[in-house]
Design a protein around this ligand. Structure first.
Ligand SMILES: C[S@@+](CC[C@H](N)C(=O)[O-])C[C@H]1O[C@@H](n2cnc3c(N)ncnc32)[C@H](O)[C@@H]1O
Length: 225
């Protein structure tokens, strides 16, 4: 492993806005870390945390937490937040699958899913972050009225998600298949661009966006067989 990566790993753990699998904060993020009652917004698979940091500037009245497995990537966002004196930002190194071990039901108000790995093979569909398995997980932590945001360059993943939502009777709040040329999406959807978003749009791929709420009951999808 490179020296720079090792240094970032070590620094991540020492930053006051960074945490490794902090199960002890479950249900206590407001009281023990943010020390306010502002809504908590998560970015899942945040990479370098562009959304987490940019949204924290745009919405100082909300708290933001970036989540990823790779602390050397989150180091970039964590350092930016520290240098900008942003006290409404944190980063957690953990696996998304363990969300419910880290947050109480209702502790989270919004979730961003930004450019997740598409897992193009059908047999790997359960690993897609918009698979029903993950929607159930998000439901365990998000407020009943909470909004989820999903951005991707990947047509297959976007189509899979739209089809699943139809089967589950989840109505999109907003759906756009070409965000960068859209006149209707909010500026924070169009203008905040992640590392992967820049890579993919430079290759000419259209960036797609979907926002939605989870229904009270997540019904089983209708089988195609
Ligand atoms: C394609 S990258 C996108 C990063 C960032 N959102 C962006 O748009 O630049 C996917 C990210 O998800 C993280 N990731 C993948 N599976 C994960 C999991 N199960 N738990 C936590 N992070 C995960 C990876 O480490 C990686 O940083």
């Amino acid at each position: 492993m490179g020296k720079d990566k090792l240094r970032r790993f070590a620094e991540f753990s020492s930053f006051e806005n960074c945490f490794d699998f902090p199960r002890y904060l479950k249900g206590k993020w407001h009281s023990d870390y943010f020390k306010n009652n502002h809504p908590i917004v998560l970015e899942l698979g945040c990479g370098k945390g562009e959304y987490t940091v940019a949204l924290s500037e745009a919405f100082p009245e909300k708290n933001f937490i970036g989540i990823d497995l790779k602390s050397n990537r989150m180091w970039v966002g964590a350092k930016k937040a520290i240098e900008a004196n942003r006290n409404n930002v944190a980063f957690i190194r953990m696996v998304i699958e363990k969300l419910a071990e880290h947050f109480e039901k209702g502790e989270v108000s919004e979730i961003w899913i930004t450019f997740p790995d598409p897992f193009p093979k059908d047999r790997h569909d359960k690993h897609r972050l918009t698979h029903q398995r993950f929607l159930k997980l998000y439901k365990e932590v998000i407020h009943d009225d909470g909004v989820l945001h999903f951005k991707t360059d990947d047509d297959g993943l976007f189509d899979f998600t739209c089809e699943l939502f139809e089967q589950l009777r989840i109505k999109p709040i907003q759906l756009d298949r070409d965000v960068h040329n859209s006149e209707t999406v909010d500026s924070y959807v169009k203008n905040i661009r992640t590392h992967y978003e820049n890579l993919f749009s430079a290759k000419g791929r259209k960036i797609k966006y979907l926002s939605f709420k989870l229904p009270a009951q997540l019904e089983e999808p209708v089988s195609k067989a």
